[in-house]
Structures are given as structure tokens and as C-alpha cells.
Design a protein around this ligand. Sequence first.
Ligand code: BGC
Length: 347
Amino acid sequence: MKKTPSRKSIAGLLLSAIMSFGCSAEEQHNSTSENESPIYQLPQSPISKCINVGNALDAPNEGDWTYRIEDYHLKAIADAGFDTVRVPIRWSAHALATAPYTIDPVFFDRVEHVVNTGLDYGLQVIVDVHHYDGIMQSPDEHYERLDQMWRQIAKRFSGRGDRIIFEVLNEAHTELTNSKLAKLNSKVLTTIRNNAGSEPWIILGGDEWGNLSGIEDARFPDDPRTILTFHDYSPFPFTHQGATFTVEKYPLGREWGSEKEKKELKALFEDARKIGKKWNKPIFMGEFGVIDGVPNSWRAEYIEQYRRKAEEAHIGWCLWDFGASFAIYDVSTREWEPKMLDALMSQ
Ligand code: BGC
């Protein structure tokens, strides 16, 4: 593990950030100067304010990593003002390894309970495929299995309207590069469309661990009900300081918010907008956040800047995470960390 913080066109991004720094979005939108790249208005993401109930159903078994999703968690999420919950799910650990790749019925019931509860509380629910390590190492061997798992998932949730949103695969990496992903995305998309019985939104990502650079040069099927996603944890030495699960270890005490870092943040969203414009699709930042243990005032500052920039760009955001190692909710006291909630929800 895990993601590389590097981005492909950092020089180009910095250049465009320097060029546009200091102008309002309105001024840039209306700009006719040859030297400035205009900022386009993206199609509005159907997801606005979202949180990941991460490290629960994406653990090898729910509960192995900190907590299980309780019904009152989903109520707390809805009450706090989120419109969407993203549910990361490790389907690959709960399905037969050989055809017909049947999903364990007990696990399926459990996922359906979580989805139904989220819907009952008025949330949109994103169902993804998380931590499918096998397909990252040997895409060709797992291609059919992923497709067949999606056939079962789409069927199970068929005809349930568009408040259930499907995300084909979390953070493609290693051997699953964009050329392979293009074929896989389009195959799974067809499978979901053929089995879901309605026209749900479907989220598609690129390679490079789901970073923005992954969707910069990806190809996407021509389907009007698709959303492009990226994750961003830059700078990694800040967001992952003290993490025990990363290959490289980052010491505690690293702050964020220099002028350079703020320009990089601005450039990130300008670049995201350009990608959305190129495909004329909504963009969704499906993960961002700062690990627990960093002072909450530092975490809150970073989180607020990120989500405000996303909102300005009409890009939906989804915080990582609810109650685990990047938590903003304490599952033992059942309380939100007020600074963090304010950073996400304040006007
Ligand atoms: C992974 C988590 C991890 C988080 C932050 C997610 O994509 O699924 O396990 O904690 O990224 O690195």
C-alpha cells in the first residue's frame, strides 16, 4: 500500500494556478484574454455533501476495523446535513471465487439493510466495490467475476429509483491501468444498465489510485447518467502523518496551508473542472480527509478549504471518513467533532 501523491501535469497545473490566481471565478469565466484559460461551469453533481462510512463493510469482515455501521449512525449522518452516504464494500471477500461468483446471501442481506436504512433516513446511498485487490494485480483473471458480482448487485437493487448510486470500482491501481479500465468500465456499465431496471447514476474513476491524474487521460463510455470521480489526499505527508498503514511513514507535526499549497489546491479544482468540461459530466471528489491524531483545528482548516473549493466548482464531495481512522464522529461517545462538522457544513 498505498497511493502516490504525485500528479502527472503538476507543472501545467501550477502554471494555470499562477495565471488565474487573484481573479474571481466570474472574472475568469468572462475572460476573453488569450493568455487565460476560461473556467467553465460543470454540470451539477447529483451528490453534494457526502460522508464515507469507511473501514466497516470494506474491512475483511465488518467490525474487524473499528466499528460496524449502526442504524443510528445513518440517522446522525442525515441529521447533520449530509445528503449522501458512500458505503465502501469489500464484495470480493464475500463472493464465490469461481463462476457463478455467487455473493454470500447473509452478507448481501446485511448490505441491503444498510442501504435501506440510509434511504429511509432520506440519504442517497453510494454502493461501491472497495479493496478488490485481486483485480488490481491480475485484471484479466478477475474481469468476469467483477462483472458477475455487478449483475447480482444491480439486480438486487433494481427498480429502486435513482437514490441508489453505483460506483464501479474504488481506486484502480497497479496492473489495472486506464486502457484495461476503459473496457471494464464500459462492460460493467452495460451490465448495470441491463439489470438495474431504471437509470441510476453510475460513478466511474480512473487509474493511479483514483487520483485526479487517473481521470485526466482516461476514456469513458458515452452515457449521460455517469459521474466521474477522483480522490485527493494531497499533500500526503500532511493528511497521512502518523499513519501505520502506508508504505512510507510520515512524521507527526506537519502543518498545511502555505501559499504554495493553497495554489495547488486551486489548481486541482481548475484541472478537475477542465476534465468535467471535456466529458460534459458531473465530477465527484469521492474521498478526501485528514487522519485522526492531527490537531482538530488543522484538520478543520484543510477540510473546510477543500470542500469550499469543491462547492465553488459544483463538484460534489465525500469526506473520508465517518468513524474510523480519519473520523469526525466518535462511535463510542456517539458525538460529532463539532469543529469538523462546522468545517463541512458552515455557510
Ligand atoms: C482506503 C482506506 C484508507 C483511506 C485513506 C481509502 O481509500 O480504503 O483504507 O484509510 O483511503 O488512506
